[in-house]
Design a protein around this ligand. Sequence first.
Ligand code: SF4
Length: 425
Amino acid sequence: MSAVQPLNDLRCGVGERPIQRERGPREMFCGLTGIVWLHRKLQDAFFLVVGSRTCAHLLQSAAGVMIFGEPRFATAILQERDLAGLADCNTELDRVVAQVVARRPNLKTLFLVGSCPSEVIKLDLATAAQRLSREYAGKVRVLSYSGSGIETSFTQGEDNCLVSLVPEMPRDDAPRLLVVGTLADIVEDQFVRLFDELGIGPVSFLPSRRAGALPPVGKGTRLLLAQPFVNNTARALMARGATPLTAPMPLGVEGTLAWLGAAAAAWGVSPARVEAVAAAPARRARQALTPLREALAGKRISFLPDSQLEIPLARFLASECGMDVVEVAVPHLDRQFMAAELERLPAAVPVVEGQHVELQLERVRAARPDLTVCGLGLANPLEADGLRTKWSIELVFSPVQGFEQAADLAELFARPLLRAARLEV
Ligand code: SF4
């Protein structure tokens, strides 16, 4: 085993902040995981993964809760004959798609989702989607994107899915706000009320609850990112004339205030009006955070790269909960869309882009933080070493944005620490 690596391999930076890049073995979920929350949000869509039994197992275990619901995803499993190039995969794909469409009369959008096996055999899902879209014209729109572990990490699946929707969005150059990135319906409704009170609108969301009713985009569109991992979608929307607003993510009281403030500034709403509209929910959120801050302040936390939410979470936990961030690592760092977050992250926090899982685990074991945020696969080995962990996937699934959810977000980190303290008594 190599010696613990100090964070001294500084190759690039954002402003004054050095960023370490690491490359090596990775241990992250693939982009198929995004289907777990996307299929809940896009209620008239179906996700057909063209993959292997491994892909099917990943989805079934990650989305096990759907067992009682009407599933809106499935895996078309590539057989050995397909992989050996002995069968015409397109014929089989057409047959499976016909079955899905026949069984779901309300289906409006079908996503063909690429995987490692479909990528390895170079199955052209984009062409298949065009052919099937023509076949089901006026009934079902068929799109494709990649969720393969070769090309995507965890949350990049959502980004790729949304990118595939952008060309389908109608054109409208009138002023409007477009919030990009999946939000739980309850959070979306809270933001709609706040934007309403501020006089900001019309407001649309991507993804919207119905993939069949896409919001328009054009020169008057202002983009506000609700998730840090939708940067390629934002760029695709910019190519259609939209302008991005610079803001941190709406996590915690301060993040949410700044996020609303960015939209307000673009609509000419005064900071005093933002303060007045946000006063009551911000006060409630600060009160709810107070006991959790007592549990979290001074505790040390490390982030291993997984969901792309790591920097906004570290900023919230450091600035609003008083936590000491030992290291924050992200799979990819988009300097443009992360600029407002990096500005707010304490200067002393080391930021790492990419993964060399062995070196990162060595640093965690050497630093022994009170809590480590990581993917499911790394949690057990760290727990076996007596380290407390938090699964990053839980932070993507839970409604954590906005004022009303700020305390819930802090509680997700406080809970394992309080449990550990009780066990030690
Ligand atoms: S897409 Fe690749 S990494 Fe993801 S489950 Fe399938 S085989 Fe595994």
